[in-house]
Design a protein around this ligand. Structure first.
Ligand code: SF4
Ligand code: SF4
Length: 124
């Protein structure tokens, strides 16, 4: 194998370094600038609580157990830090009231459940 001479590499490095001085940065200023997300990104789960019938299929299909459905209390809850964005709950939902939406869960110091009231329509 032919040996690459060090001066050739130094020249290539210097050329790239000079080029970088005049190029736009490859990184963005997030969170000071809003992030742009790719199309079809599986960022987080969203629920349309009014359409949920509390069947619990999403809870049963969730591999890490991030979703909890309590029919008695009328509460659908998700621990977003346990969610692995697999989309299994979305595919299991018979009412199509779950979807994967763009945008990541904001960082927190503690895991917390996000709770939604469901079955309000049935109460009327
Ligand atoms: S996307 Fe996957 S991990 Fe996240 S809540 Fe749904 S089933 Fe659970
Ligand atoms: S979100 Fe869908 S699958 Fe989950 S309890 Fe409600 S209706 Fe059932």
């Amino acid at each position: 194998m032919e040996e690459v001479k060090p001066d050739v590499r130094a020249l290539a490095f210097a050329r790239q370094a000079l080029k970088n001085l005049f190029m736009k940065p490859a990184t963005t200023s997030y969170p000071f600038e809003p992030a742009s997300y790719p199309e079809r990104m599986r960022g987080h789960v969203e629920l349309v609580a009014e359409d949920c019938i509390g069947c619990g299929l999403c809870m049963r299909s969730c591999p890490p157990g991030a979703i909890r459905v309590d029919r008695q209390e009328g509460i659908w809850s998700i621990n977003r830090f346990d969610c692995v964005q697999c989309e299994s709950c979305v595919n299991a939902c018979p009412k199509k009231c779950l979807k994967m939406a763009a945008g990541y869960t904001q960082p927190e110091t503690e895991k917390a459940e996000e709770r939604f009231e469901i079955l309000k329509k049935q109460e009327k």
